[in-house]
Design a binder for this molecule. Sequence first.
Ligand SMILES: [Zn+2]
Length: 220
Amino acid sequence: MNQQSLDEIVKDVITQLHNNNEGSSSGIPIGVSARHCHLDKIALERLFGEGYELTKKANLGQPGQFASNETVTIVGPKGSIEKVRILGPLRKSSQVEVSQTDAFKLGLKPPIRDSGNLSNSSPITIVGPKGSIFLHEGLIIAQAHIHMSPENAEHYGVQNGEHVRVKVGNERRPIQFEKVLIRVSKKYKLEMHIDTDEANAGIVKTGNYGELLKAGSSYD
Ligand SMILES: [Zn+2]
């Protein structure tokens, strides 16, 4: 084998490694969101007691957001799920985000929604160590989305509220996500959020990378 063909093989191998989602660092970093809930102050105190405050377990990808040590049980008509992590800081209204698999287990039919858009979402019961609450609405399956800064948006040529496609080039099980919502804010760091069902469909893990593809006008 001559030096030139060896060089070509090496180049091919490097290209393949880069195309593999574990190896690329030029794309959109992906964060897989397990089921979790956001609470308002009233809900936290009902579940954990008056004056209770969340304690931080780990920082999340987005600045200021954290996973707390506290967990709750969520209950639906067909079943319950324990150890659902509470994410902080507290929000204006309580919200529970699950996967479709979780929803089947609970016996509920939550809509796919952007975070915070809770109107007519599913009811859910939340049980904590000191009490429980029933939310008339608040259970959703989160719409896949990408957090990004205005600079990122300019780089990718996209705008807040736009939908895009994202390809994840996992060699054995490549997958393409459709209708991924772009969310732009100065507070955001570049990161795509998908739930565990979406991740499992393509064996995608937190820290993998996706390639943003413009969707054109196909979703408008
Ligand atoms: Zn997110």
